[in-house]
Design a protein. Structure first.
Lengths: 154, 120
């Protein structure tokens, strides 16, 4: 089973709180990804997660019913028995302080993963991929409608 | 002279292993915070209990006559250590009520997925 086994640079330690005489608890990596994803999106100033390609792919998969809104787009994790490292790619709303938003993301992601999964978060690496300007969506929609009309005409 | 065959229903009678799996999966689902049990990729965690398919549980015989249980869960975004202990407690209690306590071994949990946004 893929789960909270050691990978990458995350160290494995004994006496994990997830292991007891009554049985072992294994948390799938996908669970940690989802918790980190939701935690990052809770922060004011975060417009979206993921790079342009990931967001475009996510939009398409949601349109055809293959994706969900709480997916792990823009988030990857390395999970050990007791620790986790998280990489997050975000789009920040224009006008927000990127250092402040970054600090809030780090705090919230660490708090949520530690509180829910019981894993110590060793690092939260952030990449601010883009800035979102109000009206960007309208422009994209307008362009897409316009290109759609052109396609039909052609 | 024809040998009388056992009725088909007797062949489908759940074994202690299957009964323990059924007790465990029902107990786990009754815990607040557990959304469902899930059979896993390829149905690796499905137990046939006298014709009733139980997704999300497997029971493996151990040398001491007990069965090691594995439960595969989809849960809400709640603290998972505490939830795991509640599930184990509920399974142990249900096994006692079903007179299967002496067959219950360690209960391993696999948190397969989490649902619902986090509470503020």
């Amino acid at each position: 089973m893929a789960g909270s086994t050691t990978s990458g640079g995350v160290s494995e330690q004994d006496d994990s709180p997830l292991e007891s005489e009554r049985g072992r608890t294994t948390i799938a990596d996908a669970v940690v990804v989802k918790v980190a994803s939701i935690a990052a999106r809770e922060v004011p100033g975060v417009h979206a997660l993921g790079g342009g390609a990931a967001r475009a792919l996510g939009a398409v998969t949601r349109q055809v019913g293959l994706g969900d809104a709480g997916g792990g787009q823009g988030v990857s994790v390395e999970v050990g028995d007791r620790e986790a490292a998280v990489d997050v790619t975000v789009v920040v709303d224009y006008g927000e302080s990127i250092p402040e938003v970054s600090r809030a993301i780090r705090e919230n992601v660490a708090k949520r993963i530690e509180g829910i999964c019981g894993l110590k978060v060793t690092e939260v690496n952030l990449a601010v991929n883009d800035l979102y300007f109000p009206g960007d969506d309208e422009d994209e929609q307008g362009q897409s409608e316009s290109s759609g009309q052109q396609t039909r005409v052609a | 002279m024809a040998v009388p065959l056992a009725p088909l229903s007797a062949l489908r009678e759940p074994t202690p292993r299957a009964r323990l799996a059924r007790v465990a999966v029902r107990a786990a689902r009754s815990v607040d915070g557990v959304v469902e049990t899930r059979g896993g990729p390829g149905g690796t965690h499905i137990t046939d209990c006298g014709g009733e398919l139980l997704p999300g549980v497997s029971a493996t015989a151990a040398r001491n006559g007990r069965f090691d249980l594995e439960l595969r869960l989809v849960v809400r975004a709640v603290p998972l250590h505490e939830l795991a202990e509640r599930v184990r407690g509920r399974v142990a209690s249900a096994a006692r009520q079903a007179d299967l306590a002496d067959r219950l071994g360690p209960v391993s949990l696999y948190i397969d997925d989490v649902e619902e946004p986090l509470a503020p």
